[in-house]
Write a protein that binds this ligand. Sequence first.
Ligand code: NAG
Ligand code: NAG
Ligand code: NAG
Ligand code: NAG
Ligand code: NAG
Ligand code: NAG
Ligand code: NAG
Ligand code: NAG
Ligand code: NAG
Ligand code: NAG
Ligand code: NAG
Ligand code: NAG
Length: 448
Amino acid sequence: MAVALHPPLHHHCLLLILILLLSSATIISSSLSHPPAPTTNATKNATAISPTISPTHSPSARTPISTSTLDPKQLSALQSLNIPTSKDPCFAPPHTSTATACDSSKPFRHLLSLRLSNCSDDVALSLTALKSLSTLNTLQFINCPISPIRFPSELTSNLHSFTCIKSLKKLTGVWLSRLQNVSDLTVSHVSITASGPSIILNGMKFLHSVTLSHTNLTGYLPKHWHPNLTIVDFSGNNLKGKIPLSLTRLENLVHLNLSSNSLNGTIPTTFGDLNDLQNLSLASNSLSGSIPESLAAVPGLMRLDLGSNQLNGTIPKFIQDMKKLKYLNLEKNSFHGVLPFNATFVKRLEVFKVGDNSNLCYNHSTLGSKLKLGIAPCDKHGLPMSPPPAKDSSADDSGDSSDDEDYSNVEEKHHSHGPSKIVLGVAIGLSSIVFLIVFLVLLSKCCK
Ligand SMILES: *[C@@H]1O[C@H](CO)[C@@H](O)[C@H](O)[C@H]1NC(C)=O
Ligand SMILES: *[C@@H]1O[C@H](CO)[C@@H](O)[C@H](O)[C@H]1NC(C)=O
Ligand SMILES: *[C@@H]1O[C@H](CO)[C@@H](O)[C@H](O)[C@H]1NC(C)=O
Ligand SMILES: *[C@@H]1O[C@H](CO)[C@@H](O)[C@H](O)[C@H]1NC(C)=O
Ligand SMILES: *[C@@H]1O[C@H](CO)[C@@H](O)[C@H](O)[C@H]1NC(C)=O
Ligand SMILES: *[C@@H]1O[C@H](CO)[C@@H](O)[C@H](O)[C@H]1NC(C)=O
Ligand SMILES: *[C@@H]1O[C@H](CO)[C@@H](O)[C@H](O)[C@H]1NC(C)=O
Ligand SMILES: *[C@@H]1O[C@H](CO)[C@@H](O)[C@H](O)[C@H]1NC(C)=O
Ligand SMILES: *[C@@H]1O[C@H](CO)[C@@H](O)[C@H](O)[C@H]1NC(C)=O
Ligand SMILES: *[C@@H]1O[C@H](CO)[C@@H](O)[C@H](O)[C@H]1NC(C)=O
Ligand SMILES: *[C@@H]1O[C@H](CO)[C@@H](O)[C@H](O)[C@H]1NC(C)=O
Ligand SMILES: *[C@@H]1O[C@H](CO)[C@@H](O)[C@H](O)[C@H]1NC(C)=O
C-alpha cells in the first residue's frame, strides 16, 4: 500500500508546483498590464441619445422597428445618419444626459431632442433627413466633424437649443445667425468665420445662454446684448477692444467668461452692478488699471479669475470678505503692495494664485511661511524683501492655467504624480519573491 501511495503523492506535488507557477505568472502579468481593459464596445458610430434601454422600461422598449412608435420618416432619417434604431428611440431614458426625447402625438411620436456624437466619417447630413427631423427643438453635435449644410427653415424655426462641440467643421457667422429662435447656443472648438459675435447673436430674440469658445472668432464684443442673458462665454477667441459698459447691465448674468482673448482697456467700474454674477473670468487678456472697488457689491462671486493681464494697483481687501469665493487667480499681473489676506481665507479657497506679481509681497506675521505663494515676504515698509522665489517649474506651462483642481500655489502639491509606478514595481517584486519562497519550501517538502 505504502509503495502504491507514493506515485500519486508525487503527482500531487508536481501539480501544486504547476499551479503555483501559473498563478504567480498570471498575477505578475496582470499587474504589469495596463488598467483593466474595458469590455470593448467602442463603436465609433453615431448614436441616438441612448438607444440602449434599461430593463426597467416598459416591454415595448424592445419592440422591433416595424412597431416603433416613432414617425417612420424620422426613423429612416435616423437610419440615414447611421443611428441604430433597433430599439425605439422614443423610449430612451428621459432624465439621463444622453436622452432622446419624443412628443406624445398619435399615431406616431416625433423627436424633440437628438444628439449625434462620435460620428463615423461616412455620416453625411442630408436636407431630406433634416427636413424629416424638423420637429427637433434640441440638437447636439459632439465630436462629429462632418460638413454642415443649410438647415431647413422648419428646423431652424423650432430649434431652441443648439450645441456643436468639435463638430461641423468650419461654421460661418451667417450660418449660425439663422438659428434665430434659440435660447441656448453652444459652439466650442470649431472655427467660426465671422466679423464678430454681433452678426451671430443680433437676431436671436430669445437668447439666454451663449457659449462661443475656442472658435477663433475675431472682432469686437457686441455693444447690444439680449437683456435676459445668464451665461456668456466667449473664451479662447481673438476678440479685441474694450469690455463694453453695456455688458455690465445684464442683470441676470451668472457666468461671464472672456478669458484668452485680446481685450484691452480697463475693467469697467460698473461690474459691481452684476448682482447675480457667480463666475467671472477675464484672464489672459491685456487688461490694465486696477480691480474696481464696486466688485465688493457682488455677493455671490465664487470664481474670480483675472490672471495674466496687466492689472496694477493694490489688491483690494474686500475680496477676503467674499463669503462664496472658492477660486481666486490674480497671478501674472503688476499688482503691488501687501497682500491683504489672512491664512484662514487663503486656506478656505480651493484655488489661490497670486504669483508673478513682482511688486507684491505678503505679511509674514499674518500668513506665516507655510503657504507657497510665489511672492516674497514684505519688509517693514511693505515692500518685497528679496526677489520673489523662482517659479515652481510647472509641468504644463501655458493654456489651462485655470484647472479645476489646481492647488498649485498651496504647499501640499507635487507629491501625487509619479509614485503609482514605483508602488506597482515594488508590489510585483515582493509578490514574486513571496511566490519563489513558497515554491522553494514546497519543492523541498514534496520532493525530498
Ligand atoms: C456590447 O454590445 C453587445 C451587443 O451589442 C451587448 O450585448 C453588450 O451588452 C455590450 N457590452 C457592453 C459592456 O456594453
Ligand atoms: C457602425 O456603422 C457601420 C456602418 O457605418 C455598420 O456596418 C456597423 O455595424 C455599425 N456598428 C455598430 C456597432 O452599430
Ligand atoms: C465618444 O468618444 C469619447 C472618447 O473617444 C468617449 O469618452 C465618449 O464617451 C463617447 N461618447 C459617446 C456618447 O459615445
Ligand atoms: C421663431 O418661432 C416662431 C414661432 O414660435 C416662428 O413664427 C418664427 O418664424 C420663428 N423664427 C424663425 C426665424 O424661424
Ligand atoms: C485657430 O487658429 C489657430 C491658428 O490659426 C489654429 O491652430 C487652431 O486650430 C484654430 N482653432 C480652431 C478651433 O479652428
Ligand atoms: C426676459 O424674461 C422675462 C421673464 O422671463 C420676460 O418676461 C421678458 O419678456 C424677457 N425679455 C425679453 C426681451 O425677451
Ligand atoms: C486696444 O486695442 C485696440 C485695437 O486692438 C487699439 O486700437 C487700442 O489702442 C488699444 N487700447 C489700449 C488702451 O491699449
Ligand atoms: C462656474 O464655472 C465652473 C467652472 O468653469 C462651472 O462648473 C460652473 O457651472 C459655473 N457656474 C455657472 C453658474 O455657470
Ligand atoms: C473660462 O474658460 C476657460 C477656457 O474655456 C476655462 O478653462 C475656464 O475654466 C473658464 N473659467 C470659468 C471661471 O469658468
Ligand atoms: C496702472 O496702469 C495705468 C495704465 O496702465 C496707469 O495709468 C496707472 O498710473 C497705473 N497705476 C499704478 C498705481 O501703477
Ligand atoms: C481672516 O479674515 C476674515 C475675513 O476678514 C476674518 O473673519 C477672520 O477673523 C480672519 N482670521 C484671522 C485668523 O485673522
Ligand atoms: C504685518 O502684520 C502685523 C500684525 O498684523 C502688523 O503689525 C504689521 O504692521 C504688518 N506689516 C506690514 C508690512 O503690513
